[in-house]
Write a protein that binds this ligand. Structure first.
Ligand SMILES: *[C@@H]1O[C@H](CO)[C@@H](O)[C@H](O)[C@H]1NC(C)=O
Ligand SMILES: *[C@@H]1O[C@H](CO)[C@@H](O)[C@H](O)[C@H]1NC(C)=O
Ligand SMILES: *[C@@H]1O[C@H](CO)[C@@H](O)[C@H](O)[C@H]1NC(C)=O
Ligand SMILES: *[C@@H]1O[C@H](CO)[C@@H](O)[C@H](O)[C@H]1NC(C)=O
Ligand SMILES: *[C@@H]1O[C@H](CO)[C@@H](O)[C@H](O)[C@H]1NC(C)=O
Ligand SMILES: *[C@@H]1O[C@H](CO)[C@@H](O)[C@H](O)[C@H]1NC(C)=O
Ligand SMILES: *[C@@H]1O[C@H](CO)[C@@H](O)[C@H](O)[C@H]1NC(C)=O
Ligand SMILES: *[C@@H]1O[C@H](CO)[C@@H](O)[C@H](O)[C@H]1NC(C)=O
Ligand SMILES: *[C@@H]1O[C@H](CO)[C@@H](O)[C@H](O)[C@H]1NC(C)=O
Ligand SMILES: *[C@@H]1O[C@H](CO)[C@@H](O)[C@H](O)[C@H]1NC(C)=O
Ligand SMILES: *[C@@H]1O[C@H](CO)[C@@H](O)[C@H](O)[C@H]1NC(C)=O
Ligand SMILES: *[C@@H]1O[C@H](CO)[C@@H](O)[C@H](O)[C@H]1NC(C)=O
Length: 751
């Protein structure tokens, strides 16, 4: 009897389970159909769900409990677009639901709010909008709704979802409302991420109970009270960067002895750095940049024996660099940018820090010679001394920094020659010496910098020829890129404020696009990291060239011909040689470069414009203005269909017709000023109707007046006829084309 009863009970259980199983399976089949209808083109793993299988428990992304009930569903990254499925709540035992990284739209359905057994819900990285109200999900342990389009307040969720909640991320939405008391009823909360929203009010006073609190990029205001950090403080990571917090920062932070990461970046904190920080022996990263901290750096900081990253950029520190920095022996990145430091680089001992990889002293008031001690910092990868008043020569011994990838010495008062030893820097990716008084020739050894893909020597007094060896720069950056892929942690810590934005020349196509992407601080680091690892700017395949290489030699005294070897350069997008004294012909080989921008304006380049330029189909900006080009305008320039900026002005010997159709016809007279022999195939009134694209000249450029053009023209003609016999041909051409232009004009008038 007993056994019969037991059997009956067992059977009943089995049937119940089968019914359950079946209904779970039914719902999943509904889900599969729903998803297939919603997403006719791209499918996720759910397409493999086979109805012929008795139990769905082995279907991809589906998990079951011991009794065979479906309890977890992972549809992350499954190409799902369109609104949410409305029957999740019919899977009675569902505890884990992962819909992250899809393109789900619309608002949260009542259905989801009824999934009462849910413990882990991840709907991050979708396009879900509306109000977030999941207050009925009282069993939630982790909730991730980051990277969506939610808006409004989140208070209605609390304390409903709070009883068991340990992890909450609502990052990167448009949430608003005060957060002062939000989590008071959440006893188990450990990780909270509120970053990148519009939250207001003061920092929630309970943060010390958490392991991690992220609220960067919101509108939080007010002070941080000393009572916020007591002896029990459990925080390991606190990020309240980019808010409007103010006041002095309490020294009681020292109670958070497990803290590894602290960022107060871009607030209005003032006063001295709290000495209590010295009690946090585990601290690894301290970001205090862009506040108004001042005074003396507390000696207690030397107790932070694990400190690897310190950024106090853009505060009110000044005077001599204190020796406290020189005692932080773990330091890998030291960023003192934009303060008022005047000296102490050597005496502070920072140049002896054995592990230093990144040293940023830009925008201070350092003067005198560049410290030669830097030469022995063998681990250094990034050295930024720009925008100070360093003078004297670049020490040749900097050529010993064999791991150096970034050297920015721009806008100082440096003089003397570029030491040939620069060629020993085979890992160098970026070299910026712009805005100094550096003279002499560009050393041929620079060609040994085979990783160098970003070179800016503009605004110096460099003279002589461009060495043909320079064509070898950037010929093989792969080893450096590979090193950065293997060891990315360096790059991730270059700076909180994205200096990389300043490393790309603005106002040129592609570069401009990348820069505008980088302007968002969120993207900046990612993009710089991608560039430094040799990846494309965007993770999806795009027309952007990987390296975005550039060479900028503008505003020097360089002379002679542009070497034809330049045509062998690879992966360079931008060549800016304007404002020099370059002469001779433009080598036809330049047509082999896949440039997006070429600027050789304001030089003395003569001869014909090589028709090979017409093969540079990637060109978007071409400036040949203010040179001595002669001969006929190559008609195939009209094939440059991407050209949006074009300047041929002030080449008085240039002749021929500007075609009235095709790409060149989209430019107005501004592109052809001072080219008297060019027949602008445009009637007087038509230029305004045809909405020509404007040529935006670079900021500093000034166009010569008519008188100047006449004088130049006459001077050229005199020069040619006197010095070179062959130039007589040009005079002939001049006369010839003047005549033909008259004929052309006549035709315009007559028709
Ligand atoms: C949800 O379930 C109900 C009841 O079984 C059914 O009528 C409806 O079609 C289902 N919805 C979807 C989208 O499959
Ligand atoms: C949610 O999914 C995303 C992937 O889209 C992942 O990065 C994140 O860590 C997940 N959240 C949790 C709490 O596991
Ligand atoms: C959800 O999926 C993402 C991506 O596959 C994964 O990173 C995450 O850990 C999963 N689990 C949860 C609970 O979010
Ligand atoms: C937390 O979860 C446990 C087990 O799932 C449950 O028994 C308890 O009621 C939950 N607590 C709250 C406050 O919801
Ligand atoms: C730690 O917190 C207590 C109050 O709980 C406070 O009196 C003390 O000064 C704090 N310690 C430090 C190092 O700030
Ligand atoms: C720094 O460490 C020393 C001993 O290593 C200790 O005496 C001192 O109190 C510490 N200072 C702070 C602010 O924690
Ligand atoms: C830096 O020093 C100059 C004078 O040397 C002063 O005018 C300026 O206000 C100081 N800037 C800061 C941020 O302290
Ligand atoms: C920079 O240093 C030079 C001397 O090397 C000095 O003449 C000049 O005044 C300094 N400029 C500034 C802005 O301090
Ligand atoms: C650079 O390399 C050359 C040739 O190998 C060598 O003579 C020179 O000493 C090196 N310069 C430095 C600073 O190491
Ligand atoms: C560096 O360049 C110079 C001149 O171009 C060349 O003679 C020399 O061999 C190169 N040195 C190395 C180490 O490649
Ligand atoms: C560099 O150019 C070569 C040859 O033009 C090409 O094969 C390669 O993909 C380019 N590399 C990068 C990183 O763009
Ligand atoms: C413009 O020039 C082209 C040939 O270069 C010629 O066919 C066309 O008639 C000209 N148009 C005008 C308006 O002169």
């Amino acid at each position: 009897m007993f056994y019969q009863m037991l059997a009956a009970i067992l059977q009943a259980l089995l049937i119940a389970q089968m019914i359950h199983g079946q209904s779970d399976k039914e719902v999943l089949v509904q889900l599969k159909n729903f998803l297939q209808v919603q997403n006719p083109i791209n499918h996720g793993a759910y397409v493999s769900w086979s109805e012929s299988e008795a139990s769905p428990c082995h279907w991809k992304g589906v998990g079951c409990d011991d009794a065979g009930h479906v309890n977890s569903l992972d549809l992350s990254n499954s190409n799902i677009a369109g609104p949410l499925f409305r029957n999740f709540s019919r899977i009675m035992r569902l505890t884990h639901l992962n819909l992250s990284s899809n393109s789900i739209t619309g608002e949260l359905q009542d259905d989801l709010k009824q999934c009462q057994s849910l413990q882990h819900l991840n709907i991050s990285n979708n396009l879900i909008g509306g109000i977030l109200d999941l207050s009925s999900l009282t069993n939630l342990q982790t909730l991730d709704v980051s990277q969506n389009r939610f808006q409004g307040r989140i208070d209605r969720n609390f304390p409903g979802i709070c009883g068991n909640l340990t992890f909450l991320s609502v990052s990167s939405n448009s949430f608003t409302g005060r957060i002062d008391k939000l989590f008071d009823g959440c006893p188990k909360l450990k990780h909270v991420d509120l970053s990148w929203n519009g939250f207001t009010g003061m920092v929630w006073p309970g943060i010390e109970r958490l392991r991690q609190f992220k609220a960067n990029n919101n509108n939080l205001a007010g002070r941080i009270s000393p009572g916020m950090f007591t002896e029990g403080c459990k925080l390991r990571s606190l990020n309240i960067a980019i808010n409007s917090l103010h006041g002095s920062f309490p020294s009681s932070i020292g109670n958070c002895s497990n803290m590894k990461f602290l960022s107060l970046w871009e607030n209005s904190f003032y006063g001295s750095i709290p000495p209590g920080i010295g009690s946090i022996a585990r601290l690894e990263e301290l970001v205090l940049a862009s506040n108004s901290f001042d005074g003396i750096i507390p000696m207690e900081l030397t107790n932070c024996t694990n400190l690897k990253y310190l950024d106090i950029s853009d505060n009110n520190f000044g005077g001599e660099v204190q020796d406290v920095f020189g005692k932080l022996t773990c330091m890998r990145s030291l960023l003192l940018q934009e303060n008022n430091y005047t000296g102490g680089i050597t005496s502070s001992g920072i140049l002896q820090l054995p592990n230093l990889i990144v040293l940023d002293l830009c925008y201070n008031q350092f003067s005198g010679d560049l410290p030669s001690e830097i030469s022995s910092m063998k681990n250094l990868k990034v050295l930024m001394l720009a925008e100070n008043n360093f003078s004297g020569k670049i020490p040749p011994t900097y050529g010993q920094l064999l791991r150096l990838q970034v050297l920015d010495l721009s806008f100082n008062s440096l003089s003397g020659e570029i030491p040939p030893d620069i060629g020993n820097l085979s890992s160098l990716l970026l070299l910026i010496l712009a805005g100094n008084q550096i003279s002499g020739e560009i050393p041929r050894e620079i060609g040994n910098c085979t990783s160098l893909v970003w070179l800016n020597l503009a605004g110096n007094q460099l003279m002589g020829q461009i060495p043909p060896e320079m064509a070898n720069i950037g010929s093989n950056p792969s080893p450096t890129f590979m090193e950065n892929r293997k060891n990315p942690e360096l790059l991730e810590s270059i700076t909180s404020k994205c200096v990389a934005v300043e490393w790309l020349p603005s106002s040129y196509p592609e570069f401009n696009f990348v820069q505008s992407l980088m302007m968002s601080q969120k993207n900046c680091q990612t993009i710089w990291n991608r560039l430094a690892m040799g990846y494309d700017v965007l993770p999806i395949s795009s027309p952007l060239r990987t390296a975005l290489g550039y060479v900028q030699l503008s505003g020097n005294l360089l002379s002679g011909e542009i070497p034809s070897a330049i045509g062998t350069m690879k992966n360079f997008s931008l060549l800016l040689l304007d404002g020099n004294r370059l002469s001779g012909h433009l080598p036809a080989e330049i047509g082999h470069l896949q440039l997006v921008a070429l600027n050789i304006s304001s030089n003395f380049i003569s001869g014909e414009i090589p028709s090979e330029i017409g093969h540079m189909v990637t060109l978007e900006s071409l400036d040949l203005s203010s040179n001595n080009f002669s001969g006929a305008l190559p008609s195939n320039l009209n094939q440059l269909t991407k050209l949006s900026r074009f300047n041929l002005s002030y080449n008085p010997l240039l002749s021929g017709n500007v075609p009235s159709s095709g790409q060149l016809s989209t430019f107005d007279e501004q592109s052809f000023l001072g080219d008297p022999l060019l027949s602008l195939n445009v009637t007087a009134g038509s230029s305004s109707d045809s909405s020509p694209r404007e040529f935006s000249s670079s900021d500093t450029e000034e166009h010569p007046t008519n008188e100047e053009i006449m004088v130049t023209t006459i001077a050229f003609l005199a020069f040619f006829s006197v010095t070179l016999l062959t130039r007589e041909f040009h005079i002939f051409m001049y006369l010839y084309f003047t005549a033909s232009r008259k004929i052309a004009n006549c035709r315009i008038i007559c028709t």
